[in-house]
Ligand binder design. Structure first.
Ligand SMILES: Cc1cc2nc3c(=O)[nH]c(=O)nc-3n(C[C@H](O)[C@H](O)[C@H](O)COP(=O)(O)OP(=O)(O)OC[C@H]3O[C@@H](n4cnc5c(N)ncnc54)[C@H](O)[C@@H]3O)c2cc1C
Length: 435
């Protein structure tokens, strides 16, 4: 049995299949496991391509013994730059309502109530957000500009499913019970609830975590081939023939966790038509950053291309350098270019205009491929067709990349992998055979 991809989904699949007694071979094109969870070491700094937080019970920690102990805990202090340029709690603090002049508050509540009654869902994110929040709040909160910045298309060109996948806080908070709780907390001026500490990757990067998972799975018989990329896959009778950069191999079953569009290309020679957005991640150091920025900062302001920054120096203090350091993320528009110079100039200008940072320097950058699936209205039918076409050829698809699913946490990825493998019951019939 071959598992394509050695990211979190591939490792979780290898774990589950090897536990079921199957012989598993993992093919991964990078030199190491972990996929998106990877760090870059530049001078005295360690940066990350994505984010680095894991909840106490994260399923990742079940993939090998002792992983939780490798990961220190921190308080995640999330802030956002609001449309007026002030630094606020993220996602939203009910007491902020009280900062508005009374007539504005009344207008916002009236708009919200009216929108609930009159706006009809039409399958787009714009209609659903307006229905749940009212247009006034949707725009004045900066959420509409954040969504447009994230996708590079306006919310009426995004499928409403994004609301449930990515905007869980807004989805919960705008249910009738959520609104009632928020009103109560506003009126009682309750303080923000303390959040549980989160684990973060080890100071030196992700290598200790993934080395331990790979060693643990290898001891159970899982074979790994790193630095090997799949470029063609065909079915031949009962078998699959896989052509990789190291040669051809035969497998009775294939579980794919690589990007759905890449798999479509290697199987059928053409793209699937599904669009994922890449991301430019800038690795930045700073002489100083405003102390109010917390350690994770979101951009809800009208200006600036960047959407989120993780301030590593506040998670892993490095007093010897005397500088702050952070990863800054900006999604790349469909058919756009990875242009770190322009993205950095924009970030630098934006932070200077707001007076939030001084002495910024670009230390490095990375293009992170296939970061976010783009769900345009009606794209669900297209996704279903692609999944059916590939699954019809007998391949089991799993994971965030493998199924083109927006899964924000590794625990969500691992849970979905388990569900997909449980559903593919034919795999367990292969138990005990060679790859
Ligand atoms: C920006 C960002 C930040 C995130 N931060 C967090 C976080 O802080 N905490 C959290 O719990 N979750 C986080 N997630 C969510 C989730 O945990 C990750 O997206 C996770 O890495 C998804 O795992 P995956 O295995 O599906 O995909 P990937 O990590 O992308 O792994 C796919 C693997 O397949 C390999 N591959 C691709 N093509 C081929 C080929 N042709 N041949 C062989 N190998 C191939 C790739 O090299 C890669 O290793 C984040 C997601 C994003 C996008």
């Amino acid at each position: 049995m071959v598992v394509l991809g050695g990211g979190i989904a591939g490792l979780a699949a290898a774990d589950q299949l090897s536990r079921a007694g199957l012989r598993v071979l993992v093919i991964e094109r990078s030199a190491q496991a972990g996929g998106l969870h990877r760090a870059s070491h530049i001078g005295p700094y360690t940066f990350d391509a994505g984010s680095i937080f894991y909840e106490q019970g994260a399923r990742l920690f079940d993939l090998a013994p002792g992983l939780r102990d490798l990961c220190p805990t921190v308080a995640r202090v999330q802030r956002r730059i609001a449309p007026d340029g002030t630094v606020r709690h993220y996602p939203f603090e009910p007491r902020e309502w009280l900062d508005q002049p009374l007539p504005d508050m009344v207008r916002t509540i009236a708009d919200l109530a009216w929108s609930r009654l009159t706006v009809r869902r039409d399958g787009t994110l714009d209609a659903l957000c307006r229905k749940r929040l009212g247009r006034r709040l949707f725009e004045s909160s900066g959420l509409a500009s954040y969504i447009a910045r994230f996708h590079h298309v306006p919310p009426h060109e995004i499928d409403e499913s994004f609301f449930f996948h990515r905007m869980a806080f807004v989805a919960r908070a705008t249910r009738p019970g959520g609104l009632a709780r928020m009103a109560l907390r506003t009126l009682t001026a309750a303080s923000p609830r303390p959040r549980p500490l989160l684990h973060v990757r080890p100071r030196e990067g992700f290598a200790p975590i993934f080395a331990r998972i790979v060693a643990h799975l290898a001891a159970r018989g899982v074979e790994f081939r790193f630095g090997e990329e799949l470029f063609a896959l065909h079915r031949k009778d009962r078998f699959f023939l896989l052509c990789t950069t190291a040669g051809t191999l035969r497998a009775e079953a294939v579980v794919s966790t690589i990007a759905l569009d890449s798999l479509h290309k290697v199987m059928f020679g053409t793209g699937s038509g599904l669009v994922s957005l890449d991301m430019t991640t800038l690795f930045v150091s700073a002489a100083s950053l405003d102390p109010r920025l917390g350690n994770v900062l979101y951009n809800f302001h009208r200006a600036g291309w960047w959407k989120r920054a993780t301030i590593h120096s506040r998670i892993y203090p490095e007093p010897r350098t005397g500088r702050e350091f952070l990863s800054v993320e900006a999604t790349i528009p469909k058919q756009g270019r990875h242009d770190p110079g322009a993205a950095f100039a924009d970030f630098q200008r934006h932070m200077a205009d707001l007076g939030l940072a001084q002495g910024l320097a670009l230390e490095g950058h990375e293009r992170v491929r296939n970061c976010y699936p783009l769900y345009t209205p009606g794209s669900n039918a297209n996704i279903r067709q692609v999944l059916d076409r590939i699954a019809g050829a007998g391949i089991v698809l799993a994971g965030r990349q493998g199924r083109f699913e927006y899964l924000p946490t590794s625990s969500g990825v691992i849970r979905r992998v388990a569900e997909e493998l449980d559903a593919a019951r034919h795999l367990t019939a292969l138990s005990g055979r060679s790859p």
